[in-house]
Design a protein around this ligand. Structure first.
Ligand code: HPA
Length: 247
């Protein structure tokens, strides 16, 4: 039975319903992960949960220690990772409350540590990243979303911005021109680091607002928070179903 890691984003700092929970406080060669890992079982499967922004939610996207997080999850026995991310919707088919399981990404973030392969190396190492998300894990997410009756897209392009501010309307026009369907701040370098560690990785993105300029007026942070509360309940159900099916 394989162990699945779940990285919870904004709105998902706890994973209810985990049985036999234990907390793991790990140190890694890259420093401390965002929070203690919570190991438990769900639907008969071993799960390791990590709150990406810490518990309580206190680490902004550009200051998350992505390397420590992924290293710690692998140390804790994770063999695959599902990342949950709140995003803005760019594609008009992806309104608030919609889920997207992206199959591609474009990275606009900067200044983040991007790799494990640096420092005193014996040789330079590259990874193939043509398909940044793992097809089989994506298919499991899509199956669970369908079974839960969620509104979802089985593919899409995730644009990762630096944050923590939201984008300008012009930046969103640029992202749209580039082919992005959704925009978030935490998709990278997480996906690339998972690939470097050989961990299968997929993203369950929940749209919590229309991206900048996609609705009249400014983005309401109150509405975003409400959409997160509503949608993350559904995300939990999707994850529970995926775990139950994937045994
Ligand atoms: N932009 C970037 N990140 C986000 C957004 C957004 O509009 N909504 C939620 N995370």
């Amino acid at each position: 039975m394989s162990t699945l890691a779940i990285i919870g984003g904004s709105g998902l700092t706890e994973l209810d319903g985990l049985g036999r929970c234990t907390e793991l406080r790990l140190e890694t060669p890259y420093g401390q992960p965002s929070a203690a890992l919570v190991r438990g079982t769900c639907a008969g499967r071993e799960v390791v949960f990590l709150a990406r922004h810490g518990r309580p939610h206190r680490i902004p996207p550009h200051q998350v220690n992505y390397r420590a997080n992924l290293w710690a999850l692998q140390q804790a026995g994770a063999e695959a990772v599902i990342a949950v991310n709140a995003v803005g919707g760019i594609n008009s088919a992806m309104g608030t409350g919609h889920f997207c399981v992206p199959d591609q990404l474009i990275d606009y973030s900067w200044g983040r540590v991007q790799t494990f392969f640096e420092g005193e190396l014996e040789q330079v190492t590259h990874i193939d990243f043509s398909a940044p998300y793992t097809a089989d894990l994506r298919a499991q997410l899509v199956q669970a979303l369908r079974a839960e009756g969620c509104s979802y897209s089985a593919g899409g392009v995730y644009g990762c911005t630096q944050g923590p501010r939201l984008e300008t309307a012009a930046e969103i026009i640029r992202l749209e021109r580039d082919g992005c369907d959704i925009v978030g701040m935490t998709g990278m370098p997480e996906a690339a680091l998972a690939r470097e560690l050989g961990l299968p990785y997929a993203c369950l993105a929940l749209v919590v607002n229309p991206a900048a300029g996609k609705a009249a007026g400014p983005i309401s942070l109150t509405d975003m928070e409400q959409a997160m509360r509503d949608g993350m309940g559904q995300a939990r159900a999707v994850l529970a179903r995926l775990l139950a099916v994937g045994q």
